[in-house]
Design a protein around this ligand. Sequence first.
Ligand code: 5AD
Ligand code: SF4
Length: 440
Amino acid sequence: MKYFITTYGCQMNVHESEKIAGMLVDIGYESASSVEDADVIVFNTCCIRDTAEKRAYGNIGALKSLKRANPDKIIAVVGCMTQQKGGAEALSLKFPFVDIILGTNSLDKLPILVQDKRSRRASIAVSEDPTVDLGLELPIYRTSGTNAWINIMYGCNNFCTYCIVPYVRGRERSRSISDVIRDVKQVLSEGYKEITLLGQNVDSYGNDLKDGTSFAALLKEISSLPGKFRLRFMTSHPKDFSREVVDVIAASRNICHNIHLPIQSGSNEILRRMNRKYTVEQYLEIVDYIKEKMPDVGITSDIMIGFPGETEEDFLSTCDLVRKVRFSNAFTFVYSPRKGTPAANMEQIPADIKKSRITRLVNLQNDITKELSDEYLGKVYEILVEDVNPKYPGTVCGRTDSGRLVTIKGETSLIGSFIDVKITKSRSASLFGEILSKGE
Ligand code: 5AD
Ligand code: SF4
């Protein structure tokens, strides 16, 4: 028996799919190469933006005829889309051929429902209260190569006015330091060379535990574990990202100098209406401190255009900020209204204006990324080889500590090792290099 999972959205979902796979492997399933080849097909959905939602709707809809021809195939839709108000009901109405619909908080029921496949009726298990976490003791079938994802917290308390996450993922719940450290030790003993800590707002890790636990303390403790490995984390919130955390990173030997710090907008008025709780000036202050302590840092960001009421002047302020910070890379988004969030009821920006702004922003960031790429030329960096680069046969690729992807000629046997690489070519966001020495 085989399963096939399609994942939408963020790294959090990628990791949740590893837990779904773990549960299915546990009951005897193995990974299939396509939906045609699978007995269980799972869609792990995301509702943060309109685009992710539309893609999922399209892909689920496309399975109608496959299901009609093979009624024994089990189709499950899980994750954030089912967790929206009325979301599960809407899905089951639109796609009556779907067998199982599960919220993020009931995913642990998947194996039982799959095994009970004789019941042809669709099963829906979504609870209004999204605060139950995916069982922490669930088996995990890790699929991300050299990197192991580890959740340190769930949920979000911030209620940015554009964002659906707090509604579908509930309030912040931190895992205990001892649980996280146990998982870290486990993946290190399994040979993983990179760990990425996951949370919607990792900087507020521990606040709910009320025992003095902090993100800085967690980082320090993991960083002091023996062995050679890299530690990354996401996502940080500029209002909570502290100098103390910067100091811990700068003093550590293994926490990567790569920080994802979403700015969203470069206009104070828009930031205020987004309920982001920081100003452009405060953002720049923390960025300056990061750059002072770690001159080799790669700072990445999420930037959104077209938030309700965004004027041309607001947009130009965002471009100004992008020029000032010089992000090594940025994820750029067009605002899309999410039902039930405050910004969905504000006056919206016309689509053609959004289109022009996103094009200008993407071009600006591409120019900066290219300029920064050129600065790598001729220098030597340690990279952790992660995978083959399917675009260029005979090559493998990995990241610098600062998060830049480097492609080199090499054998797959290099995957999982640290090597020194001299950068010989840059092409926009991509770097190319040659091996100088093989490390650990
Ligand atoms: N529209 C567009 N982008 C959004 N994001 C969150 N909500 C929305 C929305 N409604 C973006 C933010 C966030 C990233 C994960 O997704 O930039 O940081
Ligand atoms: Fe959404 Fe804001 Fe929470 Fe990030 S911090 S998940 S953008 S509400």
